[in-house]
Ligand binder design. Structure first.
Ligand code: CS2
Length: 517
């Protein structure tokens, strides 16, 4: 880049009026944004949504005839205020920095979001938008915890304070379910068609889970109005989907990178890997975007895809995240580039997960796992272990504990996963790594996890007594003997996570080779 271009481009803040002035190396929306309508209202505009669904729609909008499929974002949380301010300032535009494993970088400006409603300022505006006739799809990335599933019963968790508030106060919603039901009531009462609710979170059968939780919520909130839940059950579609794109948290370095390299002043760019996948069951209410024209795949049953992705990729992330944090690593690429960690991860995937997965036509599982390790190793994606371990209490029941339970039911060994659970206990208890540096733990259950974990020195199985997470694992001898050994090793004065991993792995290999002889 010459000095002149640099000087000229450095002054460009990101907004609609400046798009034409941006360097040609940036891909900008070429469609007429003033003609777009928001057919999709998306709740939970995190980095993942901006790197995934919004990007598929950005591509689709380049095709004439798709103008009705732009996105209106909704932020339910007070913490979304800053995002709202930035998006408004930038005409809802943001740049997407795609970092390929070979070091190549693409930058595109995404124009598919055309509005953003910040719920704490106007709850009614959110309800009106959801009830608007243009709205055909309400999509969600509200995190695994946002569905309020009690992991051991599989039912809606009525003890959750926000859910309890929304059940008691239908006119003052605060959760996604509260808003969706308020809007569906209006649609039903005014004879309008329902919308599709499209979950984009990492939950197996995410559509079916959303449906079950939403119906249970509706019944609890409206006990005298059985017709409402019947209408929802009959008219609202909830397609299941598997979603995938690794999207680290945006850092100051990302903002500086976009400013220095492209002369673009974007206050909240999104960085992500080049890989992207979306497998969807074609089960929508009404008209829907032609997702398949822009890289998504329609299938009749997404079950094997989502199980493969959640149990290998997401659980693999958690394995690296917890073990790597204790060792003192900060990012996934750094952790997986250490052979002790990649060997452990690969053995976990091959020996404890793969036997539980279904064969998928056209997918070679060995290659899928190789690709995962390559994706995790991408040195240009600095995905922090703090992000991976955040909300582990909502993630691990779905990503890892389900694998343990299935292995136990099949009388299969689960020693590698048991060490990860014991490491989670140590992590929650001590809250420091092996070098005694503080860990950045973000978890709605952080205090409760710590309370149970801190009893370990006098009650070795105390952590497993958190039965809302672990169910009856504590009484499963085939699990708790491994957990017991792992706790002994982790809590011994000279403990070293890598030595413990190596010895657990070598016992596992011996067991497997004895069994196959
Ligand atoms: C991660 C996911 O949250 C996590 O722990 O495993 O955010 C993961 O990066 C995405 O699901 C990738 O598609």
């Amino acid at each position: 880049m010459t000095n002149t271009t640099k000087k000229q481009t450095l002054s460009q803040t990101l907004c609609q009026g400046n798009l034409a002035k941006l360097p040609t190396s940036i891909d900008i929306p070429t469609y007429d944004r003033s003609q777009l309508k928001a057919g999709i209202v998306h709740i939970g505009v995190g980095g993942f949504h901006r790197a995934h669904q919004a990007v598929y729609i950005n591509e689709l909008l380049k095709t004439p005839g798709s103008e009705q499929w732009a996105i209106c974002g909704v932020g339910l949380l007070e913490s979304n205020r800053g995002l709202r301010d930035i998006l408004v300032k930038q005409d809802y535009l943001y740049s997407l920095v795609v970092r390929h494993p070979n070091g190549n970088i693409d930058n595109k400006v995404i124009g598919s979001m055309i509005d953003f409603i910040f719920a704490p300022d106007s709850k009614q505006a959110v309800i009106n938008k959801l009830a608007h006739s243009d709205t055909k799809i309400v999509s969600l990335t509200i995190t695994e915890g946002g569905y309020n599933v009690n992991p051991t019963t599989g039912e809606l968790d009525l003890n959750n304070a926000s859910i309890a508030h929304d059940i008691a106060n239908p006119d003052d919603p605060s959760t996604a379910f509260g808003y969706i039901v308020a809007a569906l009531k209006i649609r039903k009462n005014s004879g309008m068609p329902a919308f599709t609710v499209q979950s984009c979170d990492n939950i197996q059968h995410n559509g079916a889970v959303t449906r079950k939780m939403l119906l249970s919520f509706t019944q609890q909130q409206n006990p005298a109005d059985a017709e409402l839940s019947q209408w929802i059950a009959q008219h609202v579609q909830f397609p299941n989907a598997m979603v995938d794109r690794i999207t680290p948290v945006t850092t100051k370095a990302d903002i500086d990178y976009v400013a220095q390299t492209f002369g673009l002043l974007d206050e909240w760019p999104i960085t992500c890997e080049s890989f992207s996948q979306w497998v969807i069951e074609d089960n929508f209410n009404d008209d829907r975007p032609q997702w398949d024209k822009v890289g998504a795949q329609f299938v009749s049953d997404v079950t094997p895809f989502e199980k493969m992705k959640i149990r290998l990729l997401n659980a693999g992330h958690s394995v690296l995240g917890l073990l790597g944090s204790i060792h003192g690593y900060a990012t996934i690429d750094e952790t997986v580039s250490d052979k002790d960690f990649s060997d452990y991860l690969r053995a976990f995937m091959d020996l404890e997960v793969t036997p539980l997965l279904d064969q998928l036509d056209g997918i070679d599982l060995a290659q899928y796992k190789d690709t995962l390790i390559e994706r995790f190793s991408n040195p240009n994606i600095k995905d922090s272990l703090a992000r991976i371990c955040s909300e582990s209490s909502a993630k691990l029941p779905k990503f890892l504990i389900a694998t343990i339970t299935e292995n136990l039911a099949l009388k299969r060994d689960c020693s590698l996963a048991a060490l990860v659970i014991a490491s989670w206990c140590l992590y929650s208890d001590k809250q420091v790594n092996q070098a005694q540096q503080a860990l950045d733990i973000q978890d709605a259950m952080r205090d409760e996890l710590a309370k149970y974990a801190q009893k370990t020195p006098t009650d070795k199985f105390a952590f497993l007594k958190l039965n809302s997470l672990f169910g009856d694992l504590i009484i499963k001898r085939a699990f708790n003997k491994h957990y017991d050994n792992a706790i002994d090793a982790l809590y011994s004065p000279s403990s070293d996570i890598k030595e413990i991993m190596k010895s657990t792995l070598s016992k596992k290999h011996k067991k497997v080779s004895a069994e196959t002889k």
